[in-house]
Design a protein around this ligand. Structure first.
Ligand code: SF4
Length: 382
């Protein structure tokens, strides 16, 4: 039976954060019931068209999935369990924002089989949280964390953002040490990217906020590497750290460029042969499901050159890098024959190193990842 990771997109949020470009919306609350009904139908239909599938992980992401009631979340998870063989030890994650999960909700989530919580803390500095447009404060984030522990979550990830306007290195160090003191199993650290069209970009363009300093952001990243290593966290992906054995299984499927199925508005899927995505708008998605119209908004055939390129670009995000033997087994071809030139060039620049069993980014390469990835784009490979 084929194995795939399952992603379910929940596009509802209580408010739109100032930096956010995700497919998420405030004020769509009245659509929730119909949206979940549409999801359940899409999951059922997909199971009829796909060969029987073993789900190695289920990830409820968003948006803010925890704005849905336990009843609605239960319907989604039941649909997955009915349609796919969810393996016994499957990692079942839900993203949660502090302030959207009461203690009883957390107990309910555990009872539904959710065994991993990914909490969007972003910062423990109330001023920076305000700047980002987050609805919670630092005290609420810590409280949510402790409540999740009480509810029985023994696998918790915290998200933090660095490289923010006005953020100093010492503020970032305080964020990191506050997070480490809580001892979550997993930490995701994202560098702020100021995207056109966001409120934050407008404030920066209008001179009300300073632009983030990329050199300071790089220093913050290096500080995180040192501080988290000293605290016993393994740096396993460019933006992710975990206690031993607590790496995110679901996201590792993406980094290994393995198949996944995405459900909901704008969700992407990868079958190994095709990548496709659903229409972006939640209203349009619901209407199309209800009227039995096509919900796929775009489809791309993944040829060999694209698969090679994506396997390299995603695989190099992992700190262990790309294994020569796994690569050669997957593509029935010699790694050095295909990528020898790129590898040698990047080694000379100090951005890649080879450890006998594979190739990986150096610490400097992790800071300049995009420069390395560019060299592995599919051009000219067949
Ligand atoms: S909670 Fe997350 S998804 Fe929702 S608006 Fe904020 S950043 Fe975007």
């Amino acid at each position: 039976m084929k194995k795939a990771a399952i992603y379910v997109h929940i596009p509802f949020c209580l408010a739109k954060c100032r930096y956010c470009t995700f497919n998420s919306y405030a004020g769509l609350h009245p659509l929730q019931e119909r949206y979940v009904e549409a999801l359940v139908r899409e999951i059922a239909e997909s199971a009829r068209t796909e060969a029987p599938l073993r789900a190695s992980s289920v990830y409820l992401g968003g948006g803010t999935p925890t704005v849905l009631s336990t009843n609605l979340l239960g319907r989604i998870l039941n649909a997955c369990a009915q349609q796919f063989a969810v393996v016994g030890d499957a990692e079942i994650t839900i993203e949660a924002n502090p302030g959207t999960v009461e203690p009883s909700h957390l107990f309910d989530l555990r009872a539904l089989g959710v065994n991993r919580l990914s909490v969007g803390v972003q910062s423990f500095d109330d001023k920076l949280l305000g700047l980002l447009g987050r609805l919670h404060d630092a005290a609420r984030a810590a409280e949510t964390y402790h409540q999740a522990r009480k509810a029985g979550f023994d696998n918790i990830s915290l998200d933090l953002i660095y490289g923010l306007p006005t953020q100093s290195l010492s503020q970032w160090e305080t964020d990191l040490s506050t997070a480490v003191d809580l001892r979550p199993e997993h930490l995701s650290l994202y560098c702020l990217s100021v995207e056109q069209g966001t409120t934050l970009a407008g404030l920066i363009a209008g001179g009300e906020l300073s632009s983030p300093d990329p050199d300071l952001a790089a220093a913050m990243y290096e500080r995180a590497e040192d501080l988290l290593a000293a605290a016993g966290y393994v740096h396993y992906e460019i933006s992710n750290w975990a206690l031993s054995g607590r790496e995110c299984q679901h996201n590792t499927t993406y980094w290994l460029n393995r198949p996944y199925l995405g459900f909901g508005a704008g969700a992407h899927s990868y079958s190994g042969e095709f990548r496709y995505h659903n229409v972006l708008s939640p209203e349009e998605y619901v209407q199309r499901v209800e009227s039995r119209q096509e919900i796929v908004g775009g489809r791309e055939k993944i040829d060999r050159a694209t698969e090679l390129s994506e396997t390299m670009i995603m695989g190099l995000r992992l700190c262990r890098g790309v294994s020569f033997s796994e690569f050669e087994e997957r593509f029935a071809a010699s790694f050095v024959q295909i990528y020898g030139d790129q590898m040698r060039e990047m080694i000379e620049l100090g951005l890649l190193d080879v450890n006998g069993s594979g190739v990986r980014l150096t610490p400097r390469g992790r800071l300049l990842g995009n420069d390395v990835f560019e060299r592995f784009l599919p051009l000219g490979i067949d």
